[in-house]
Design a protein around this ligand. Structure first.
Ligand code: ARG
Length: 590
């Protein structure tokens, strides 16, 4: 494991050193180095620093240039415009740096020196309810963040805060008690069991709801059952557990379809904090953070007002004594900070819950449960829209079942894979497997390639398209490189720093060298879409390289072929690593 400083950071360091010698009062000023079209990099920071020091920017830039240590890295540097520095690195430095990356399992990506412990709350469906596209977003974005953070050395604790508590369970449990055979299971493979579990739950839900709405006596019994549940009555808890277990069979079948690994100990739902609720309320009330208002325990905020101008409080305990979503989330914060020693809390939750989280975080700060050493962030995501730009619904206006969407994505992807299968030489089993990787990858990538906060249109035609910014495009790029490598015969990937590089080789090389910095940025900003954009650009740069720089035919000189194969290999490794972080597989043949 050896982290490799990128060329950008070496150049930046050198410019910064020269800047300090030229203008000592600037201190450790940032030279604002950017990738540039005119040279490899442009330093834009000198202009502002010169203005501040009342110096002539072009003269300052010239002095910096004069004092710049170029050794081994910088080939050319010139002053341009009002006081920029244009910097070109040497071909040799590019290949040497990439060779150091290639020699490392982590592709030279550094570990974060100030890594901490992140508790991430994601993939949190609700018991006895169908999963929908919102749950898909939370799961996909959350899983990518877990991988990206772990890759930087962060300790990550996963929490699947499933909705497994609340008044609706009174009705469900009472019904099951009166109809005990309703949850009997026939068994079968995972997928069949998942479907069966959900259809059982659906049927139970509808039947108990109907009874609850039509039969006053049942309603009374159901309400009494909620009290039993909260009081911890053993028989009631046992039936409740059956609902949770049945739902988990279904959840796991969907997560499995999504090629996602969810571990049972990480599933700590709302019920997991039940024992803390009374104390949480007591602490809030005693400290004065929460006050009684019409019998309910509330926290007030100056900045949050309803349309009528009256303050909208966070209700921690209802006037009937019941605890809600907020009490659970506040208790979960206490648990995550105190017992799990989190330094960061991330919640991958729908943007429509933003007010809830603002209030919960602020309350926890006032109560001292969150302090300056802990950051709490809602990684809020936008709504999934249908092709018509309206929230995604079936033609009948119902929420679309996640399973149906995934199945359709896999079907379409399999058709796409099948078209080329003969040419590539795929067996039927490989077609089926690739169809899954491409279909599920398409759904994940569509979600991850726009910034989470934005809404996006769920358009399967576009998602499995071979052109444009799609996972299939990236998967094909990967498979193409692997096929080139297979066809290279006894020519092997070897780095040759002595060679002069073509522009397309330099562009590809410099982008590959930026992988570590990109990972650092995506982790710090909680922005998996930046990784998706990086990988897409990597694939397009590879295409241009492959078009202009023959690797196998017409056959180049041996050293040139080896060096190009080396670029191919590092591109493939970077692609497959990046895609794995996004939760997307890259088949060897496609
Ligand atoms: N179960 C909730 C829903 O489906 C999401 C839970 C989010 N996490 C949390 N700690 N509140 O909307």
């Amino acid at each position: 494991m050896a982290s490799v400083p990128s060329l950008a950071s070496s150049v930046e360091q050198r410019v910064s050193d020269a800047l300090v010698s030229a203008l000592p009062e600037a201190g450790a000023a940032d030279p604002l180095l950017r990738r540039s079209d005119r040279a490899d990099f442009q330093a834009n920071g000198i202009l502002a620093l010169a203005k501040k020091a009342k110096a002539n920017p072009r003269e300052l830039a010239a002095t910096v240039l004069e004092g710049l240590d170029k050794g081994g890295v910088i080939k050319d540097v010139e002053v341009s415009g009002p006081g920029f520095l244009n910097i070109t690195v040497s071909d040799e430095a590019i290949i040497r740096t990439l060779a150091a990356r290639a020699a490392d399992d982590r592709l030279g990506v550094p570990l974060n020196a100030s890594a901490g412990t992140t508790v991430i709350d994601y993939a949190q469906p609700n018991v006895a309810k169908e999963m929908h596209v919102g749950h898909l977003r939370s799961a996909v974005i959350g899983a990518a963040m877990v991988e990206i953070l772990e890759f930087t050395g962060e300790k990550v604790i996963r929490r699947h805060h499933i909705g497994d508590w609340g008044t609706q369970f009174g009705m469900l449990i009472q019904y099951l008690l009166e109809h005990p055979h309703e949850l009997d299971h026939k068994g079968g493979d995972e997928e069949a069991s998942g479907e069966e579990a959900m259809s059982n739950l659906n049927r139970l839900y509808k039947a108990s709801r109907a009874l609850f709405d039509s039969d006053e006596e049942f309603k009374t019994r159901a309400r009494a059952r909620v009290v039993d549940l909260q009081a911890g009555d053993p028989q009631t808890l046992e039936l409740w557990q059956r609902f949770v277990d049945e739902s988990k069979i279904y959840f796991y079948s969907v997560f499995n379809k999504l090629d996602m690994d969810i571990q049972d100990p990480d599933v700590v739902g709302e019920s997991g904090y039940n024992d803390m609720l009374v104390e949480t309320c007591k602490l809030l009330e005693e400290s004065g953070v929460a006050v009684r208002s019409n019998g309910a325990l509330c926290v007030f905020f100056d900045e949050y007002k309803g349309p009528d101008g009256n303050p909208t409080p966070l209700i921690v305990q209802k006037s009937d004594g019941g605890f809600g979503y907020a009490a659970t989330d506040l208790s979960a914060i206490r648990n995550r900070v105190t017992d799990l020693a989190a330094t960061s809390l991330i919640y991958v939750v729908d943007a429509r819950q933003s007010l809830h989280f603002k209030m919960v975080f602020e309350t926890a700060r006032r109560a001292g449960w969150l302090n300056d050493g802990v950051q709490a962030v809602q990684l809020a995501f936008g709504t999934v829209l249908g092709k018509d730009g309206k929230p995604f619904k079936t033609r009948e206006g119902e929420t679309v079942r996640l399973v149906d969407l995934l199945d359709e994505a896999v079907d379409r992807a399999t058709a796409v894979v099948r078209e080329k299968a003969e040419k590539v030489g795929l067996t039927e089993a490989e077609i089926v497997e690739n169809g899954q990787y491409v279909g599920i990858g398409a759904v994940k990538y569509a979600d991850l390639s726009t910034s989470a906060a934005r809404d996006y249109k769920f358009d399967l035609d576009q998602m499995v398209s071979l052109n444009g910014d799609t996972s299939v495009y990236l998967q094909y790029a990967y498979a193409r490189i692997r096929s080139i490598m297979r066809n290279a015969g006894d020519r092997k990937p070897v780095a040759h720093p002595e060679l002069e590089l073509a522009p397309a080789e330099r562009a590809l090389g410099l982008h590959l060298d930026g992988f570590g910095a990109l990972i650092e940025e995506a982790a710090a900003d909680y922005a998996p879409h930046k990784l998706a954009a990086y990988l897409y650009q990597l694939s397009t740069l590879f295409s241009t390289f492959y078009e202009h720089c023959p690797v196998i035919k017409p056959e180049p000189e041996l050293v040139v072929a080896e060096n190009r194969l080396f670029l191919c290999d590092l591109t493939a490794r970077t692609l497959t690593k990046g895609m794995a972080l996004l939760g997307i597989r890259t088949p060897e043949k496609l």
